[in-house]
Design a protein around this ligand. Structure first.
Ligand code: SF4
Ligand code: SF4
Length: 173
């Protein structure tokens, strides 16, 4: 009968665990769950695919841009992609509802296209640096940065060679 006080105390206090699957479970905000991708912030450097421990990320050239695919059934939630993404285009959420039948593995993907835009100089399609990266690198944008952002690397290089260097004025006194 020693257990009766414990039993009554527990009945009075109610369940001590989450009611899942009959209710939602509590998840810490810092939980490393489902990876989300923002194509507007991505600059296409592909560092995330290079460091991905699970080989879950793939980039493919398409006529309109660079297609990003992340296979949720291969992701091991290591967070390396988030850590190495300079422009913060990739993040982990506290969503862990990723269990799925094997037959659905081709549907359980995160897919988006990082769109090309024509270069303001030569018209060739290319991937400009994202505004997010500009913000992080320069603390915002300026007309000069905006102009350079829409030039492809080749036009920027040619421009840098052709522009006259701004030399300091010689003193006349
Ligand atoms: S998500 Fe980040 S790391 Fe991956 S290609 Fe885009 S900018 Fe680079
Ligand atoms: S969390 Fe790790 S395994 Fe998952 S996509 Fe990112 S780098 Fe790959």
């Amino acid at each position: 009968m020693w257990f009766l006080p414990v039993l009554f105390r527990n009945l009075r206090q109610g369940p001590a665990t989450d009611p899942f699957p009959f209710g939602e479970a509590s998840t810490p905000k810092t939980f490393r769950g489902r990876v989300r991708f923002d194509p507007q912030s991505c600059t296409g450097c592909q560092a995330c695919a290079h460091v991905c421990a699970g080989g879950a990320i793939r980039f493919e050239e398409q006529p309109d841009g660079l297609e990003f695919t992340l296979w949720h059934n291969a992701c091991v939630f290591c967070g390396l992609c988030v850590h190495y993404c300079l422009s913060k285009a990739i993040r982990q959420t506290d969503d862990w509802h990723l269990a799925h039948p094997q037959a659905d593995k081709f549907a359980m993907v995160e897919r988006a296209t990082v769109a090309y835009r024509p270069c303001d100089g030569c018209g060739k399609p290319f991937l400009p640096a994202s505004l997010r990266l500009m913000d992080l690198a320069f603390g915002g944008s300026s007309p000069e940065i905006a102009r350079l952002r829409y030039l492809c690397p080749e036009c920027r290089r040619n421009g840098a060679f052709n522009e006259k260097p701004r030399l300091p004025q010689a003193s006349t006194t």
